[in-house]
Design a protein around this ligand. Structure first.
Ligand code: ADP
Length: 460
């Protein structure tokens, strides 16, 4: 390593984790294993959080409402200064894809554990992301890489050129919101007006774009990791087609039935795109896959909820690699070293009613978690833990790894059978039923499968 790299590496020794829940536990563990000190933060609702007790410092930064705590940039920066943190890890959600926050962190003389503010800004706007991806040779969903104009006649012409059905999407959209499918021309203008209004209210920008609506795609994504020195690798692929309301419920790696010669050029194009935009840290390129072709939809410039399935198959600790990249270290991995061993599934265990999916808050009165070879549980809850109504309902991630997909499914069935959470409602019974389902076991089900399966179950 050259002298300059040596000097720049290891730029911090204390990390403030600007998040909560299972990911706060996961990041804290990675920091400790790297010999770094940690600062945990919490809102008033999270004062009893277990990761507060195991952190080197623990600060309450505001009231329970996320806007006044986990989204309060000034409070987080003040906590970092008070606790002597040299870096901030944003986790996922909250401020993780907020370019202004990344910028404020760097301006405060701290390291943002993630890409630069400009990478976040490019990828945060789905239109500029699409433009950057097209320029890098990444295959995209048919449709222009420019915002829709206001002129109704031009909009109609664009829709005709793409061919119905089309989908209208907010450039600043996220979390499955700000999208509307348009099956035919007579509802086009109404859909545009509704989505524009929604986008303006939810994302502060009325900018929209249009693309082909793919009717039976699978959701397949590629995990990348890059350093500050022009090195980037992709760590294989995941299938996240099991979605409800555009939200992922079960993820797996690798995506079943995808031949290496089909995915290889896509992975390499993602790496190329990272090098072109000077990307740093971890990121995910999300694609729709239909009839043998991949179409880019968006890039997540952060650690993702489903990163563990790739950790299980690649053997790479993605959170540690992300932190080391932020420290300025050279990636200790080349593409030729990356392998994919066996098969992994992740189930998102949510505190919600398994029938209505309404969030369920309350005290966990009894907790039993599965153990054994190839089983991993990422969680922050324990018996006596109070699930608060203020935040996302994710309370645990159940992850399994086995040599084959069939064995991984069997292992997940066992793991789910051994999971007991009482005192609150969870989606465990629904997950158990899903892992008994024939077509899912066969693999290669599309993004609509879960919703259809739920409809049939309700009707039965
Ligand atoms: P978000 O940022 O809100 O998650 P994405 O662009 O990632 O939005 O899309 C979320 C989901 O919406 C996808 O996983 C897919 O289910 C659906 N979707 C998005 N674009 C299309 C499209 N062009 N055709 C069909 N489905 C789509």
């Amino acid at each position: 390593m050259s002298e300059t790299l040596e000097q720049s590496a290891g730029r911090f020794d204390t990390v403030l984790i600007a998040n909560r829940g299972e990911i706060a536990v996961r990041i804290q563990r990675a920091c400790r294993e790297l010999g770094l000190k940690t600062v945990a933060i919490c809102s008033e609702a999270d004062r009893q959080a277990p990761y507060g007790k195991t952190a080197d410092s623990f600060l309450c930064i505001g009231p329970s409402t996320a806007a006044k705590s986990y989204l309060n940039q000034d409070a987080i920066l003040l906590a970092a200064r008070l606790a002597g943190a040299g870096a901030i890890h944003p986790g996922y959600g909250f401020l993780s894809e907020n370019a202004a926050f990344a910028d404020a962190v760097e301006k405060a003389g701290l390291v943002f554990i993630g890409p630069t503010a400009s990478s976040i800004a490019i990828m945060g706007d789905k239109i500029s992301a699409k433009r950057a991806m097209m320029a890098a040779g990444v295959p995209c969903v048919p449709g222009p890489d420019t915002a829709l104009p206001d002129d109704p006649a031009t909009i109609e012409r664009i829709a005709l050129e793409i061919g119905y059905p089309v989908i209208i999407k907010a450039a600043g959209g996220g979390g499955g919101r700000g999208m509307r499918v348009v099956p035919k021309a007579d509802v086009l203008h109404e859909a545009i007006a509704l989505t524009r209004e929604e986008a303006r209210k939810a994302f502060g920008s009325r900018s929209l774009y249009m693309e082909k609506f793919l009717e039976h795609p699978r959701h397949i994504e590629i995990q990348v990791i890059c350093d500050d020195h022009g090195n980037a690798v992709w760590l294989g692929h995941r299938d996240c087609s099991m979605q409800r309301r555009h939200q992922k419920v079960v993820e797996e790696a690798p995506a079943p039935g995808i031949a290496p010669d089909i995915i290889q050029p896509v992975g390499l194009a993602c790496v190329q795109a990272c090098l072109q935009i000077g990307y740093r840290g971890v990121g995910t390129f999300e694609f729709l896959y239909e009839d043998g072709a991949f179409y880019f939809i968006e890039m997540n410039t952060r650690l993702q909820v489903e990163h563990p399935v790739t950790e299980m198959t690649s053997g790479v600790d993605i959170v540690q690699a992300q932190i080391r990249a932020a420290q300025g270290h050279v990636l200790d991995l080349i593409q030729g070293d990356v392998t994919c061993e066996g098969h992994s599934f992740e189930c998102r265990i949510n505190a919600e009613d398994p029938g209505t999916f309404l969030p369920s808050a309350g005290v966990v009165t009894h907790l039993a978690l599965p153990e054994g070879p190839g089983i991993r549980v990422d969680t922050h809850i324990h018996a006596g833990y109070k699930v608060s109504p203020y935040y996302d309902s994710l309370i645990a991630k159940l992850i399994v790894h086995a040599p084959t997909r069939a064995e991984a499914m069997a292992r997940m069935r066992e793991a789910l059978a051994g999971t007991e959470i009482e005192g609150i409602s969870t989606n465990i019974s629904f997950l158990r039923a899903l892992f008994e389902d024939g077509p899912f076991a066969q693999g290669e089900t599309d993004i609509h499968y879960l919703e259809q399966w739920l409809k049939l179950r309700r009707a039965a």
